[in-house]
Design a protein around this ligand. Structure first.
Ligand SMILES: CC(C)=CCC/C(C)=C/CC/C(C)=C/CC/C(C)=C/COP(=O)(O)OP(=O)(O)O
Length: 397
């Protein structure tokens, strides 16, 4: 019942809504007209436009530079990531010739005792750190739910390496070891029980190792990099640490059998949600990051707005800052819009947790505005009761 009502109230979930990713003029570092057989590129700057001001572009198309300082054309981050999307989509299409998971009896692949315990532990961790999302996963089939927990826990542990209590001791070598462990678990040789859950998951779903490797690469880059010259660099970072989660999730969440959308477009939407979440996270945490000497904002855009690192460290909300933030928020919202269109294409039971987390995270942007753009000393906070679903939200029940 709750879900039906929430669906009716959620534009992204209307049955009549369908994605049209065809034929639109798209913009990125480059503008591109997308055709099935070819992608043609034209620098946005030729039109004197900021990419995200050209109108709602289609899949992952918001990077801002495609020339290096020497004026040479370079492949944008967005294009590099789109190539990963295409690869993931092709793999999924190839591997999904196997039976539809939903059609299998739920108990068929029930894990043996040790594994069951491992998955339960993953569920507990997910519940502890991401309660709303966890509650949403309870609507999925058991197999999918356990798989999502296992992926979540691996990502959480990876993040903890550079963000957790031992972060100061983490070296590139430690990340190399973590990557070796990842390869082992993909080869069916898990190191501990939590790895064993993921190892089991990848044996059941068509999940590729690349987004996992890329996430570790993101942690490596976080160790050495504290500034981002432009949005192209920031986009790559967001892909590494969050877009990857979207790509990992699609094979488990599943595309609705009735969906007319292309596999690539669903992956693009999943990627967009990861990017949107990460951009939002960055905008929420500007003050906190600055206190750690980090600025995850495009330096060129800061300079254009007349702002410097000093302004960020001083943390005074000025009109320049407000204007800068307005543009950053606008861009993050465009990624959310892109993501929204993909939610409807997921298999029915996977939509709600994704939708709930999208609403919840997007509200952080509203909250930053409500705080008059003071993200230096005020943390935009959205409680689990604030996901826009009122009393229909399962997190309230
Ligand atoms: C839309 C479609 C087709 C599929 C959905 C695919 C998915 C699940 C995408 C979600 C990707 C995701 C959850 C990325 C992580 C983003 C992120 C910024 C997480 C922040 O984690 P924490 O650092 O724990 O955040 P808090 O600090 O807010 O607790």
């Amino acid at each position: 019942m709750a879900i039906i009502l929430v669906r009716a109230a959620s534009p992204g979930l209307s049955a009549a809504d369908s994605i049209s990713h065809q034929g639109t003029l798209q913009c990125s570092t480059l503008l591109k007209t997308k055709r099935p057989a070819a992608r043609r590129w034209m620098p946005c700057s030729l039109l004197g436009l900021h990419p995200w001001e050209v109108g709602r572009p289609s899949p992952a198309v918001y990077s801002s530079l495609a020339v290096n300082p020497a004026g040479e054309a370079v492949v944008s981050s967005e294009q590099k990531v789109y190539d990963v999307v295409l690869k993931q989509a092709a793999l999924l299409k190839r591997q999904l010739r196997t039976p539809v998971l939903d059609a299998r009896p739920q108990d068929m692949d029930m894990p043996r005792n040790g594994l069951r315990e491992a998955y339960d532990r993953c569920g507990e961790i997910c519940e502890e750190y991401a309660k709303t999302f966890y509650l949403g996963t309870m609507l999925m089939t058991e197999e999918r739910r356990r798989a999502i927990w296992a992926i979540y826990v691996w990502c959480r542990r990876t993040d903890e390496l550079v963000d957790g209590p031992n972060a100061n001791y983490i070296t590139p070598t430690a990340l190399d070891r973590w990557e070796k462990r990842l390869e082992d678990l993909f080869a069916g040789r898990p190191y501990d029980m939590l790895d064993a859950a993921l190892s089991d998951t990848i044996s059941k779903f068509p999940i590729d190792i690349q987004p996992f490797r890329d996430m570790i690469e993101g942690m490596r880059s976080d160790l050495r990099k504290t500034r981002y010259n432009n949005f192209d660099e920031l986009y790559m970072y967001c892909y590494y640490v969050a877009g990857t989660v979207g790509l990992m999730s699609v094979p488990v969440m599943g595309i609705a059998p009735e969906s007319k959308a292309t596999t690539e477009s669903v992956y693009s939407a999943a990627l967009a949600l990861g990017i949107a979440n990460q951009l939002t996270n960055i905008l929420r945490d500007v003050g906190e990051d600055a206190r750690r000497g980090r600025i995850y904002l495009p330096q060129d855009e800061l300079a254009q707005a007349g702002l410097s690192d000093e302004d960020i460290f001083n943390g005074v909300v000025t009109n320049r800052w407000r204007n800068f933030m307005k543009r950053q928020i606008k861009r993050a919202r465009m990624f959310f819009e892109e993501a929204e269109r993909g939610v409807t294409e997921l298999s029915q039971a996977s939509r709600w947790p994704v939708w709930a987390s999208l609403l919840l995270y997007r509200q952080i942007l509203d909250e930053i505005e409500a705080n008059d753009y003071n993200n230096f000393t005020k943390r935009a906070y959205v409680g689990t009761h604030g996901c826009g679903c009122g009393s229909l939200c399962p997190s309230v029940a």
